[in-house]
Ligand binder design. Structure first.
Ligand code: NAP
Length: 247
């Protein structure tokens, strides 16, 4: 089945690395136009040199209302938004009772994602599609990540309700929850190399193919969920986790 991407406009936050960057690449390869948002260009520099006519980078922080307004203005100059994926993510290892850490994560993963939708809501095209990023962790426990998990679970609750709110506008809202994916996410935890290796080995034991997901594997599912092929899907959370949550 061919996914129709030609000339469609996608807005992607967290576009400079990992899953967001892989998603930008797939959409650009399919002929879409991409408005990419992140604080640094990261891997977008390479894509900008390959797709100068399709890709626009808007620097900014999803925790800044002013930066999000800048994103909305940039989007308005490009046309109605067909696809929106708030992919920016922040993770910290912290006690479940460290509410300041939970707030910092929510500011990006939860409020950041919802505010991104809020500033773009009136620019969404008819038959457009929004995909939020959840996490495999919402279905299990993980020492040190309670605040992160709580935010992703709350975002899922928002996504399900927003799906109903936006359906009359012919906008579909869903979520993809990645499992352990080889991206900068794990480096954000601030562990040293030995600790990271030990964690990777521990996590890897639960992954059915025996290795972390590639960012492109998650991005492919997001593209399908964005597409008309998934037109009957509303308010769902698709887990793409190499089998981790099977236990
Ligand atoms: N990798 C995994 O195993 C995994 C598992 C479950 C869920 N996820 C979710 O997947 C999403 C993407 O994460 P990833 O794995 O691709 O991690 P990543 O490689 O670390 O990418 C995070 C992205 O978010 C951007 N970002 C962070 N804070 C931002 C802010 N305040 N404003 C704007 N952009 C910001 C970063 O760009 P700049 O630094 O340039 O701003 C970067 O592009 C996240 O929502 C994460 O929670 C990942």
């Amino acid at each position: 089945m061919k996914i129709e991407l030609e000339n469609r406009l996608a807005v992607i936050t967290g576009a400079s690395s990992g899953i967001g960057l892989a998603l930008c690449r797939l959409l650009l390869q399919g002929g879409a136009r991409v408005l990419a948002f992140s604080r640094t260009p990261g891997g977008l520099d390479e894509l900008l040199s390959v797709y100068p006519d399709q890709l626009v980078w808007q620097p900014g922080d999803v925790t800044s209302q002013e930066d999000l307004q800048g994103l909305a203005q940039r989007a308005a100059s490009l046309g109605p938004v067909d696809f929106l994926v708030p992919c920016a993510g922040h993770v910290e290892l912290a006690s479940a009772l460290d509410l300041a850490a939970q707030e910092r994560q929510w500011a990006v993963n939860g409020a950041g994602a919802l505010n991104t939708l809020a500033v773009l809501a009136n620019q969404l095209a008819t038959q457009s599609s929004v995909v939020f990023l959840g996490s495999f962790l919402s279905r299990c426990t993980f020492a040190g990540l309670a605040g992160h998990i709580a935010g992703k679970a709350a975002l899922m609750a928002q996504a399900r309700n927003l799906a109903k709110e936006f359906a009359p506008l012919q906008v579909r809202i869903n979520m993809v929850s990645p499992g352990p994916t080889a991206t900068g996410f794990w480096e954000q935890l601030g562990l040293n190399d030995d600790e990271l290796d030990a964690l990777a080995e521990q996590v890897g034991r639960r992954l059915l193919p025996g290795h972390f997901l590639e960012a492109a594997s998650v991005a492919r599912v997001i593209v399908f969920q964005l597409s008309e092929g998934a037109r009957g899907v509303y308010g769902q959370d698709w887990v793409v986790d190499n089998g981790y949550t099977l236990g």
